[in-house]
Ligand binder design. Structure first.
Ligand code: GLU
Length: 268
């Protein structure tokens, strides 16, 4: 189903929501219940919801006595291994309030390029959704190489949206919308809507996130949004604190129109 406007989110059948590390770990770990409230509300009206959540490395850091995100891959993987477990526990603990069961799905971008891994993942996701389970997807950090540092899962979220042919992808961060230049700079203007294929001349998107644990910035959101929009999925980029309003179809964030003529659902 093509969703042409924010208000269409209320009737969307399948929605992928992506949340980054800084929104749900460390001092923001307490934000998980509010995120779950919004997801449960959409699930409760019959929508199929997939959550793509980063935060394994950041959640694991204190258990490895790390104050800062590790820079070497092996320690990132160790932190992710410890943190992923706790992250899913926190989500499930919160989802229990709504009698919703979470399913953990760990993927790499490579899995989605391999035809047999891709079709296995697709079949598993379809079954989870048919069972009204809420899949929670993250990178499989133990076997990820460059993906573990790439875009804080924004690209993975767009690939998952394509895998399940989602109607809408909601990319959450700590900024309420995209701006014509980094929002702290004078003259930055909020972008309300981006038409399919608009190259956005003169717009500069920052490449890093505002926090120390996240790795995705506005440019990573835009690249990911374009992948999904080109494949026919509408995309909303907004703040984690606005997720409930976003899922109610309120006028928040930056809306990427889906391509009116998606060229199938090819891999980027
Ligand atoms: N899979 C990583 C995590 O959950 C992605 C986030 C990142 O690399 O910052 O921590």
């Amino acid at each position: 189903m093509s969703v042409s406007d924010r208000s269409g989110i209320l009737g969307a059948a399948r929605i992928v929501v992506k949340v980054g590390s800084s929104s749900i770990s460390g001092e923001n770990a307490g934000a998980i219940p509010a995120l779950v409230d919004a997801l449960a509300e959409a699930h409760g009206r019959g929508a199929e919801i997939v959550l793509v959540s980063s935060g394994a490395i950041a959640t694991g850091m204190p258990y490895l006595n790390l104050d800062e995100r590790p820079t070497d891959l092996a320690t990132q993987q160790a932190a992710a291994s410890v943190g992923q477990n706790l992250l899913i526990f926190r989500y499930q603990d919160s989802l229990d309030r709504y009698d919703i069961v979470a399913g953990q799905v760990l993927l790499t971008a490579g899995d989605l390029e391999n035809p047999s891994h891709r079709s296995n993942a697709q079949r598993a996701m379809e079954r989870l959704l048919a069972l009204r389970i809420l899949p929670i997807v993250n990178e499989n950090d133990t076997v990820a190489t460059h993906e573990i540092r790439f875009g804080d899962n924004d690209r993975l979220a767009s690939l998952v949206a394509m895998l399940v042919a989602a109607d809408v992808l909601v990319l959450l961060s700590d900024v309420d919308a995209l701006y014509t230049k980094p929002p702290h700079l004078p003259g930055a203007e909020r972008i309300d809507r981006i038409t399919a294929g608009d190259p956005l001349p003169g717009v500069e998107f920052g490449s890093t996130g505002a926090s120390g644990v996240g790795t995705g910035g506005a440019s990573s959101k835009v690249s990911a949004a374009r992948i999904a929009a080109d494949a026919g999925t509408a995309v909303l980029v907004t703040a984690t604190t606005l997720v409930a309003a976003a899922l109610r179809g309120e006028h928040v964030g930056t809306w990427f129109e889906p391509s009116p003529s998606p060229t199938g659902r090819p891999l980027p």
